[in-house]
Ligand binder design. Structure first.
Ligand code: MN
Ligand code: MN
Length: 460
C-alpha cells in the first residue's frame, strides 16, 4: 500500500503549473498574516474572478440563479464563497472548508510598559506554540486598532524592507546554564513573551520616557493613543515573506501554512469552476480553529448555516426543513494540514500511516487523540467515494493519522460540520514544523490539494 511521490508522475508542463501555483500561493501567504488580511486578500481575488457580494444581494432581495458566483464576509474574519449549482439546495451541496487563523502572539489589552530603559508590548499567545521558538527572530506587528468613534486603523509594521521589526530576546548561552537545565516547555515562559519595541527615551520627559517616545511614534504614524489598545486586535507574527526551500525549490518555508495553504488551494479550486456545477458549491474560510472553533467567528457559530438559509431564501427554497435537508445532504472536505513525517523525529510517527511530503493531498479518516477522542471518524462509504473521485482524475493522495497511537493528537472543524449529519472527511497538506514560526510544505502537495478540492466539489 505504498503511495507514490506526486513528483514522479509530473510532465514538464505539470511542473510548470506546480511552480506557477506556488508563486501565486506565496504572494497570498505573504499578504495574509492575520485572518482579517486573509479575508481581504480572498475578497480581492474573488472579485477579480467574477464573484459578487452576497450581502448586497440579500439586502436587495435579489433572486439567485444557477451559475452565479458569490462571496460573503462575516465580521471581516471569515469569508465564504459560493457557486450556485443547477439542482435544488435541498438535494445537498458540496463544501470545502479551511481555517485562516494561525498560531501567534496576541498583544494584551493593556500591553505597553517600560523597564530599565527598554519598552515592551506584553502578549498572550494564541493557539498551540512552543514558546522557545518565538525568541530571537524578527517579528512584525499586524492588526487593527478601533477608535471609540468606530474608525478602524489598520496596522502592518515589519514587512517592508524599510520597516523596523520587533523581537523577543533570549539569554546568551554564556549565562544560560539555569535555563538549559529546564524542560523545553519551561525554558521560556508564557509571560516572558514580551516584545521589545523601543530603547530611546523621549527628550525632556521625566518618567517612562522610552514608553513616551514609542507612544509618540504610534500617535504620529498611526494616530492612536495608549487607551486605544483597549479596543485593538494586534497580532505579533514572524516578519518576512515565504521563501522557496531547498536547492530544488520543491518546498516552501512560510508562516501560517496551517491552514492558509488549504485556504488558498480552496480559493483557486473555486476560481477554476468554469462551468456551472450540478450541485451548489460552498467554500468556507473560518476563524478561531486554533483555539477550539469558539466565538462568533469560529466554526461552532451559526454564520455558515445562516448564510445557507439566506441563499436558499433567495433561491425560493424557504423553510427550516429544507435547510436541514440541504445541510444533512451535504458532502464536505474539511481541509486542514496534517503532520508530515519528519525523519528527525521518526519516533513520533507510525510510518505506514504517516503523511509524507510530496505524496499528494492527505486524507485523515479520523483525527482526535487517545483512542480517536474528539474526532470526526468519516464513514468508509464516504472515504470510498473520495478515493474513486481522486483516482478518476489521477490525483495523488495518501492517507494518514496524526502521529502514532497515544503520542498526542489534534482536531479540525470536521466534527462540527458533521453535527448536521453531512458526510465530512479531513483532507489537506502535510506540514513539517507545524505551528512553528516557519513551517514547511511541498509544492506538489499544494498543487494536488487544489486539484483534489476542485474535483471533489464537482463530483461528490
Ligand atoms: Mn489547522
Ligand atoms: Mn493548527
Amino acid at each position: 500500500m505504498e503511495r507514490k511521490f506526486a513528483w514522479a508522475g509530473y510532465s514538464e508542463n505539470d511542473i510548470n503549473k506546480v511552480n506557477e501555483f506556488a508563486e501565486r500561493y506565496k504572494a497570498f501567504l505573504g499578504k495574509g498574516k492575520t485572518e482579517r488580511e486573509c479575508v481581504k486578500e480572498a475578497v480581492t481575488l474573488a472579485k477579480k474572478n467574477g464573484f459578487k457580494d452576497l450581502g448586497a444581494l440579500i439586502e436587495k432581495g435579489k433572486a439567485l440563479k444557477a451559475g452565479q458566483k458569490l462571496y460573503y464576509t462575516y465580521m471581516d474574519k471569515c469569508v465564504m464563497l459560493f457557486v450556485i449549482g443547477k439542482s435544488p439546495m435541498e438535494k445537498g451541496f458540496n463544501i470545502i472548508g479551511a481555517h485562516i487563523d494561525s498560531p501567534r502572539l496576541d498583544v494584551k489589552q493593556n500591553p505597553l510598559y517600560e523597564t530599565d530603559g527598554l519598552a515592551y508590548l506584553d502578549t498572550h499567545y494564541y493557539g498551540g506554540i512552543k514558546n522557545y521558538q518565538w525568541v530571537a527572530l524578527p517579528l512584525a506587528l499586524h492588526g487593527v486598532v478601533v477608535k471609540k468613534d468606530g474608525k478602524v486603523i489598520e496596522l502592518s509594521i515589519g514587512e517592508s524592507d524599510s520597516d523596523p521589526v520587533f523581537c523577543i530576546s533570549d539569554i546568551l548561552p554564556h549565562l544560560g546554564q539555569d535555563q538549559m537545565k529546564k524542560n523545553a516547555a519551561d525554558a521560556i515562559e508564557g509571560e516572558q513573551l514580551d516584545v521589545l519595541i523601543g530603547g530611546n527615551p523621549a527628550q525632556g520627559v521625566e518618567k517612562e520616557a522610552v514608553k513616551a517616545l514609542a507612544l509618540k511614534y504610534l500617535k504620529e504614524k498611526y494616530d492612536f493613543e495608549e487607551e486605544d489598545f483597549l479596543s485593538a486586535e494586534l497580532e505579533v507574527v514572524p516578519a518576512g515573506k515565504p521563501r522557496d526551500l531547498g536547492l530544488d525549490r520543491s518546498m516552501i518555508l512560510g508562516y501560517g501554512h496551517d491552514d492558509r495553504v488549504c485556504a488558498y488551494a480552496q480559493l483557486e479550486a473555486m476560481f477554476a469552476l468554469d462551468e456551472t456545477p450540478e450541485k451548489t458549491v460552498a467554500c468556507i474560510l473560518t476563524d478561531k480553529e486554533e483555539i477550539g472553533s469558539v466565538g462568533a467567528t469560529g466554526m461552532r457559530a451559526k454564520y455558515f448555516e445562516n448564510a445557507i438559509a439566506e441563499i436558499m431564501h433567495l433561491m425560493g427554497e424557504d423553510g427550516e426543513l429544507k435547510l436541514r435537508r440541504a445541510l444533512s445532504n451535504g458532502n464536505m472536505l474539511s481541509c486542514d494540514v496534517s503532520a508530515g513525517f519528519d525523519p528527525a523525529f521518526a519516533g513520533a510517527f507510525e510510518k505506514k500511516n504517516a503523511a509524507f511530503l510530496g505524496k499528494g493531498v492527505c486524507f485523515n479518516k479520523f483525527t482526535g487523540s487517545r483512542g480517536k477522542g474528539g474526532s470526526n471518524d468519516a464513514n468508509a462509504e464516504f472515504m470510498a467515494k473520495c478515493r474513486a473521485i481522486m483516482d478518476g482524475a489521477g490525483i495523488s493522495f495518501q492517507t494518514a493519522e496524526l502521529g502514532k497511537v497515544n503520542q498526542g493528537g489534534g482536531g479540525t472543524i470536521a466534527y462540527i460540520c458533521a453535527l448536521y449529519g453531512m458526510n465530512v472527511i479531513d483532507s489537506g497538506v502535510a506540514v513539517l514544523s507545524m505551528h512553528a514560526p516557519w513551517e514547511i510544505i511541498s509544492k506538489a502537495d499544494l498543487y494536488e490539494s487544489f486539484r483534489a478540492y476542485r474535483e471533489f466539489v464537482l463530483k461528490a
